[in-house]
Design a protein around this ligand. Structure first.
Ligand code: XIL
Length: 315
């Protein structure tokens, strides 16, 4: 069988709080055994790193970078600018345009430089759109205007010209929000902004998820603009309560498989990350079956199914 020749690393969001103690050793080993790439779940978000005016700390993210380097894994940088997880001192301040520009450009530069050569792709702006695909108002846009997105990409390119720069978004896999994101991406590219790709989070559910052909069409539209694409945060909430646990397991495997197929078929899709190591540490606390490893860290059928889709194209 001949594939399109591109490799799709399987990535995972990792949270250092789960790496402590004996249980943490097993958790860390599962990351090493089953995944090719690591995304810090919280460790690089602004509230974790920009601790005080003029001060940044990267200890927790550094632990993950060391793990990645030691174990030969890639690392995704998530996320430089987001409307959530903003430090309290930043929220409390009164910002002028000039001060905000200084702070954000420094935040981007300091953070990227701390991981230069080790983190090769960054979510520069996370979730810039509202659910209807229009522009989302945030502290950043209120102070700098919608131009903050292009500016952030420019600061990021200057900080590390070797890094690939992404906009990351949820619910933009199809429909109105996808159209809005395509318009934004096209506008940024026309204006010469250094945007390299789009991350599709893929927080989906058993009753609402994009089918393979819808995802493939979306990926193709962005690839036509010259952009790479990624699946960056996939998990599957069980919202269809009429399903038995076994029906739900089958449905979940199929949803993962369709997403993996769409990514495998698109040469620009070069990364597929799930949002958590196992069901017991998922951010979806009320729902214990959203991920690829069960709560005893054993791989579920979806793991092998996804790997098979990726192996098929990498030959
Ligand atoms: C989530 C983490 O998983 C939670 O633990 C944290 O409390 C909040 O953020 N979109 C994103 C991710 O881009 O960063 C979010 O992660 C989930 C939604």
């Amino acid at each position: 069988m001949s594939g399109s020749g591109h490799r799709v690393p399987l990535g995972v969001a990792v949270w250092t709080r789960y790496m402590r103690g004996p249980a943490g050793v097993r958790y860390t080993q599962a990351v090493i055994d089953h995944f090719d790439s690591i995304t810090p779940e919280v460790e690089l978000k602004m509230d974790n790193v920009a601790t005080a005016p003029g001060e940044w700390t990267f200890d927790a993210a550094e632990r993950l970078a060391v793990l990645a380097t030691t174990e030969g894994k890639e690392m995704r940088g998530h996320a430089l600018l987001w409307h959530k997880q903003i430090p309290a001192w930043v929220l409390r301040r009164t910002w002028t345009q000039a001060r905000m520009t200084d702070f954000l450009s420094e935040h981007v530069a300091v953070t990227m430089n701390a991981f230069r050569g080790r983190i090769r792709e960054w979510d520069v702006v996370n979730e810039p759109l509202a659910d209807d695909g229009s522009f989302r108002a945030s502290l950043w846009s209120e102070t700098l205007g919608p131009e903050y997105i292009g500016q952030a990409l420019t600061w990021a390119r200057e900080a590390d010209p070797t890094a690939k720069l992404f906009i990351n978004e949820y619910g933009a896999e199809h429909g109105q929000k996808s159209d809005g994101l395509l318009r934004l991406a096209a506008k940024l590219r026309e204006a010469g902004a250094p945007l390299d790709g789009i991350g599709f989070q893929m927080h989906v559910s058993t009753s609402c998820y994009p089918r393979e052909h819808e995802l493939a069409a979306t990926f193709a539209r962005f690839a036509e603009l010259g952009l790479e694409v990624r699946i960056t945060e996939m998990d599957i909430r069980a919202t269809d309560l009429s399903m038995s646990p076994s029906e739900r397991a089958v449905a979940t495997t199929e949803i993962y498989q369709e997403a993996a197929r769409a990514c495998a078929a698109e040469p620009q899709c070069r990364g597929f990350t799930v949002w958590g190591v196992d069901d017991s540490t998922s951010w979806l606390r009320t729902d214990k079956a959203a991920l690829l490893l069960d709560d005893d860290l054993q791989p579920k059928p979806a793991m092998a199914v996804i790997r098979a889709e990726f192996d098929r194209v990498s030959v």
